[in-house]
Design a protein around this ligand. Structure first.
Ligand SMILES: *[C@@H]1O[C@H](CO)[C@@H](O)[C@H](O)[C@H]1NC(C)=O
Ligand SMILES: *[C@@H]1O[C@H](CO)[C@@H](O)[C@H](O)[C@H]1NC(C)=O
Length: 333
């Protein structure tokens, strides 16, 4: 026997509405252009590019207001004094208080004080293969790379050899170096490829990432390495995430490449991007591998690479940064 009660019916409808709104917020209904449409759009634009000094200043100011990259990108003694509670950006309600164990590991203040002239941000896309962009990349004043990419001889022509900052995901420490619980030699030797660069680790993003990051710090310090380990500041990662979310990126988490591009846009006069091409074909519609060094696909749904690409492409078209897709002009024929 059903008794009709308009009041409860109303609240069911209200609940449904809220659900639908939440759903739309998380999975907005809009259509991303297909890979082919994006390829065509990039081909239409061609090599045409003109620097937009006003746009560069405007964008740098936007980033300064939201995220203050210069002060905030790393955890420092200045922005994270003893007793400060660091809230993880990749976990709900997980924090760690800066204490006498961790505080001494932080740099005093953010390095990279001086204005940087031309920065090259190198993504690891398969489009770099046979690009001949190595010389172009090595000619930059500050070179940022993602996730400890291989820089061995066979790749030099395409990706260059110099590095000033390289990110290292704690999961790599776990997978490639047995979490540094056994030998640290392989790790320390492997890091030599990056010269005297900064190693940038998101140690306070996910709970399981902290211990491997701290071990990586000690492994480098104990070996007398000339490299400086910087811990990514979760406040910075969160604010940059919010900045791009407001501009329409709906991923759970930004890719490392977009974090680095944001950092470069906040710090450098000129920003060149290489290897940012998340599609399975190149501009001549030849199939390409996922990375320049392998074809291992990531989990789907975690990052929104085509969406990120379109944002960066927009900045390319307005002359705020320069994307290099395909071969570099200085490439040997
Ligand atoms: C330069 O950048 C500004 C800010 O993004 C933009 O409004 C303007 O259209 C750009 N100019 C050109 C020529 O693209
Ligand atoms: C931390 O180290 C400082 C200086 O070495 C010392 O004065 C302070 O008592 C220590 N604090 C704790 C909680 O151990």
């Amino acid at each position: 026997m059903f008794v009709r009660c308009p009041r409860s019916k109303l609240s069911v409808w209200a609940a449904l509405c809220v659900l639908v709104l939440c759903w739309l917020y998380i999975y907005p209904v809009y259509r991303l252009p297909s890979d082919k449409e994006i390829v065509n759009e990039v081909l239409r634009q061609g090599q045409e590019w003109k620097k937009n000094q006003t746009g560069i200043h405007l964008f740098r100011n936007l980033l300064k207001v939201c995220c203050d990259p210069r002060k905030m990108f790393a955890v420092t003694k200045e922005n994270s004094p003893l007793g400060k509670v660091i809230w993880y950006d990749g976990e709900l309600f997980h924090s760690r208080t800066v204490n006498n164990d961790t505080y001494p590991l932080f740099v005093q203040e953010t390095p990279l004080q001086a204005p940087l002239k031309r920065c090259a941000v190198v993504g690891n896309g398969g489009v770099l293969k046979r690009s001949g962009c190595g010389r172009d990349i090595d000619g930059a004043d500050f070179i940022l790379r993602c996730n400890l990419p291989p820089l061995s001889k066979e790749y030099t022509e395409d990706v260059g050899t110099r590095t000033h900052l390289v990110t290292a995901n704690p999961s790599i420490i776990e997978k490639r170096f047995q979490n540094l619980l056994w030998s640290r030699k392989a790790f320390v030797d492997g890091m030599r490829a990056y010269g005297a660069s900064y190693i940038y680790m998101p140690a306070f993003s996910m709970k399981p990432g902290t211990e491997p990051s701290l071990r990586a710090y000690h492994a480098l310090a104990d070996s007398g390495s000339s490299q400086t380990l910087l811990f990514a500041n979760p406040d910075f990662l969160r604010s940059v995430g919010g900045f791009w979310k407001a501009r329409g990126i709906h991923a759970k988490r930004l890719s490392t490449g977009l974090f680095l591009a944001s950092l470069a846009l906040g710090l450098c006069e000129d920003v060149d991007l290489y290897g940012f091409w998340p599609f399975s074909v190149d501009l001549e519609e030849r199939p390409i591998s996922h990375h320049y060094y392998d074809n291992v696909l990531p989990f789907s749904g975690f990052h929104a690479m085509p969406e990120e690409f379109l944002q960066l492409w927009q900045l390319h078209k307005s002359g705020i940064l320069r994307m290099h897709i395909g071969t570099c002009p200085s490439a040997p024929a």
